[in-house]
Design a protein around this ligand. Structure first.
Ligand code: PLP
Length: 394
């Protein structure tokens, strides 16, 4: 694996004073409005909890989109089910004909992902599930906000899941939502005090790493130094099966791993507090504005094309996805320039062009650029310049 330098700009939102605001009026609902909900530590734990409630057993089959990250797949494998990967159309919508071909008597769940915040045809998929006795699991990890057919995104699924870290400046957080089933039987307990403290300190640390005034740096230097000392001591003295992930969920460290120890743990108190205090209106407006700026600046460049050429009024984007023609040159070049990019170039072994030509292409050529609310206009312009210069050189 190549070790590229760290990106200059944060891939996910970081804490700032501007994050906070109690403006409750927002134009687009959140997934939490789709039904009753509970707060876990990550999206993947929420998927695992949904599968547990459904009662998935060894030998059951779950239909999963061929374009995925491993944190979508790990909970299914943990539940003992087989992943049946289905095809996508070029704009990343689920291929219903392929789903039909993959169905058999063991298939219990259809998982659909609203990639990058853009909804799948949920009503159609709901009807399909009803007529084939399947449960629908809506993966809203990229779509914390959104409306479809006048309903909050996540309303059609038997269960929906969301990932808080992608939209809020928090260390941990996942949500399980259901408009159809009770979540009363879920019993979550608070994770350790170390975790609660780490949720606060890491969030501050991430914010400081990217931007902070001299004064703030002065005041927080000592507490952050102490935190690093304590943390390295904890790691050094961890023995007998206690690992770093015993204290923090893999999702919070940016990895795709899965650790069942976090299944019955509640979101940290700090992350809940930040989520409640964050201005959702600002998240929605800034993300939409940044996406539109990226679309305007990059939409007609040569050697690339945006996955979505318009932003419907009801969509709140997670990232700006761009197809790039020469990924083998452009990706390392942008990484070297420290441009923040995400790419899912590590699909399950079975997925090649025969299984799903679109997914295997997307894995290499689809670059995801951040458009989150904490990017400043000058930062966005810097990112655009780097992308534009790199593409124009091809
Ligand atoms: C589409 C999708 N679903 C689920 C997940 C899992 O979310 P989390 O990282 O909060 O566990 C991710 C994470 O990247 C994702 O991109």
């Amino acid at each position: 694996m190549v070790n590229y330098p760290k990106p200059i700009l944060p891939v996910n939102p970081i804490l700032s004073w501007a994050s906070f605001g109690n403006d409750r009026v927002k134009t687009i609902p959140s997934v939490l409005e789709a039904g009753t909900h509970c707060f876990l530590t990550s999206g993947r734990m929420s998927i695992a909890m949904a599968l547990k409630l459904i009662g998935i057993r060894s030998g059951d089959k779950v239909l999963v989109p061929a374009y995925h990250c491993s944190s979508m797949v790990e909970p299914i494998l943990w539940a003992g089910a087989d992943c049946m990967f289905y095809r996508l159309h070029p704009e990343a919508s689920a291929d219903l004909d392929d789903i039909k071909r993959k169905l058999d008597s063991k298939t219990r769940v259809l998982m659909v992902t609203h990639y990058f915040g853009f909804p799948q045809q949920s009503r159609l998929l709901r009807e399909f599930c009803d007529s084939h006795q399947l449960l629908l699991l809506e993966d809203c990890a990229h779509a914390f906000f959104g409306r479809q057919d006048g309903l909050p995104l996540g309303s059609y699924g038997d269960y929906a899941i969301a990932s808080a870290m992608k939209f809020f400046p928090v260390f941990d957080g996942g949500c399980l939502i259901s408009s159809r089933h009770s979540l009363d039987q879920i019993r979550l307990e608070p994770a350790s005090a170390v975790f609660q403290l780490k949720a606060v300190m890491d969030s501050l640390e991430r914010a400081f790493a990217h931007r902070s005034s001299r004064l703030a740096r002065f005041f927080f230097k000592l507490p952050l130094h102490l935190k690093r000392q304590i943390w390295s001591n904890i790691k050094a003295h961890s023995q007998g099966g206690i690992t770093v992930t015993s204290y923090t969920p893999p999702a919070s460290e940016g990895g795709f791993g899965f650790d069942t120890a976090w299944l019955d743990k509640a979101m940290s108190l700090y992350s809940k507090w930040v989520m409640q205090g964050t201005s959702q209106k600002r998240i929605i407006e800034q993300r939409r504005k940044n996406f539109l700026r990226l679309l305007d600046a990059l939409g007609t460049l040569p050697h690339c094309r945006p996955l979505h050429t318009a932003l419907p009024d009801t969509v709140v984007p997670y990232v700006f996805p761009l197809w790039v023609e020469k990924p083998e040159i452009v990706f390392p070049e942008l990484k070297r320039k420290r441009v923040p990019i995400l790419r899912w170039d590590f699909l399950a072994d079975r997925i090649d062009a025969t299984l799903c030509p679109v997914s295997s292409d997307m894995a290499l050529k689809l670059f995801q650029f951040p458009c989150h609310q904490e990017l400043k206009p000058e930062e966005l312009e810097w990112m655009i310049t780097q992308i534009r210069d790199t593409l124009l050189q091809q």
